[in-house]
Design a protein around this ligand. Structure first.
Ligand code: FES
Length: 207
């Protein structure tokens, strides 16, 4: 029903923002070890600049619970002496902070020019098909979350997939996707072939 003679106010026509709030989560506090790590980080800055340690605090939150919940944002705000809204600004700006639970392995396929020209889109499609998820989703086993990312700085070894923000698989092709996932399940991060992965040689160990 509409109160305007020519305008249909059907619910589907209302604008809905695509922005999703972070999960609320459980009440959050650092473990003693992470509190000590945060205290060491914040001690590097002047006492009236505690907010300079906000990225370190959020990294520790994510390390502890796998993502940054709204409860954790409130906790970080008390730690760095700012408002929860300011913490949320940071969390939503940096894509490497997750606002809801993710899988054991977060696969971030680079979609910038070099990777795009070398088939990154087909790699994403192959991963999506193998895992049964769309980008942004987590597979039914909770093992893999699939996302897309901008340039990872390894353009000469495109297409590149970043895993858990710190590890790389280079030159991944759609036909190697099943083996790539199988190896990750079986051997974990040690299965990756990326020059930025600690202890790995540049090259292609996925073949
Ligand atoms: S374009 Fe993909 S790593 Fe640079």
């Amino acid at each position: 029903m509409s109160f305007h003679p020519q305008m249909d106010y059907a619910p589907a026509r209302f604008h809905r923002s695509a922005r999703r709030l972070a999960d609320q989560g459980e009440p959050f506090a650092f473990t003693p070890e992470r509190q000590a790590a945060f205290d060491r980080s914040v001690a590097r800055y002047p006492a009236d600049r505690r907010r300079s340690a906000i990225l370190a605090a959020l990294y520790l939150v994510q390390e502890q619970q796998g993502y940054v919940s709204r409860q954790a944002m409130r906790f970080v705000a008390t730690q760095v002496a700012c408002t929860p809204a300011e913490v949320e600004d940071v969390v939503t700006y940096y894509v490497m902070y997750y606002r809801r639970p993710v899988g054991t392995y977060v696969l971030a396929v680079c979609r910038t020019l070099s990777c795009a020209l070398n088939g990154a889109e087909r790699v994403t499609e192959a991963l999506a098909e193998a895992l049964g998820v769309e980008p942004g989703g987590t597979d039914a086993t909770g093992t893999f979350t699939l996302t897309e990312f901008e340039c990872l700085g390894a353009c000469d070894r495109a297409p590149v997939v970043m895993v858990n923000n710190e590890h790389w698989q280079e030159r991944l092709t759609p036909d190697r996707v099943p083996r790539f996932l199988e190896d990750l399940r079986a051997r974990g991060l040690a299965a990756l072939g990326g020059c930025l992965h600690a202890g790995a040689e540049p090259g292609d160990r996925a073949s």
